[in-house]
Design a binder for this molecule. Structure first.
Ligand code: GDP
Length: 196
């Protein structure tokens, strides 16, 4: 269980992020995938990450300190339609520089909407992670939105595509910010990695 979580700082440049002395997990996904809700669920704090109806609003690398032990990073969402090309390329450079250069990054959690068939942009992103040797795992969000079998079938489709790319099944979790599904399992996984 997470006992303590506090917001530290927002940056546009990984070099200005807190000194890389603690293990770090970054969370990313398409806008509206439920990332803020997940961060708030994990930290038992309704307001830590700003949930908003405006996709793509947060364009910053947001650091949170968890239990004085590790950093949780809320990265801006990708895949929002209404931004200009120049905003998109600024975003891509910020995120790719951060992911490639952040020395204490243990893994990036890629959030995927469990209601949808595999989305091209998510597949492209994990492929990019693979090509750049950035460890990632998957979090299928909003599992409460449909029946278990629908979730399972979407998850399996995504895993199948991942296996075709990587030759193996990535680590994954199924979560709901509404019901708390997957919360303890995900925290246990991260805490275990932090201790290693
Ligand atoms: P973000 O843009 O990825 O940070 O997404 P938000 O956390 O702001 O969530 C986007 C919308 O989905 C909001 O209306 C949330 O209330 C809703 N949402 C997020 N997670 C869940 C979930 O697990 N279950 C349900 N039913 N709705 C969710």
């Amino acid at each position: 269980m997470i006992k303590k979580a506090s917001f530290l700082i927002s940056n546009t440049d990984y070099r200005k992020c807190p000194s890389p002395t603690k293990p770090e997990f970054a969370f990313i996904g398409r806008s509206n995938v439920g990332k803020s809700s997940l961060v708030n669920m994990l930290t038992n704090n309704k307001n830590l990450a700003k949930t908003s109806g405006k996709p793509g609003k947060t364009q910053l690398i947001n650091h949170f300190l968890i239990d004085d032990n590790w950093y949780m990073v809320d990265l801006p969402g990708y895949g929002f339609a209404k931004v200009s090309k120049s905003i998109k390329s600024t975003w891509e450079k910020m995120i790719s520089d951060y992911l490639k250069n952040r020395d204490n990054l243990v893994a990036v959690a890629v959030l995927v909407d469990s209601r949808l068939d595999p989305q091209k942009i998510d597949i492209e992103f994990i492929t990019w992670c693979g090509n750049n040797e950035i460890p990632f795992f998957l979090i299928f969000t909003k599992s409460d939105k449909q029946g278990k079998s629908k979730t399972q079938s979407n998850v399996q489709k995504f895993l199948q595509e991942s296996i075709e790319i990587f030759g193996e099944e990535p680590q994954y979790f199924i979560t709901s910010a509404q019901t708390g599904e997957g919360k303890e399992e995900l925290i246990a996984f991260i805490e275990n990695e932090v201790q290693d």
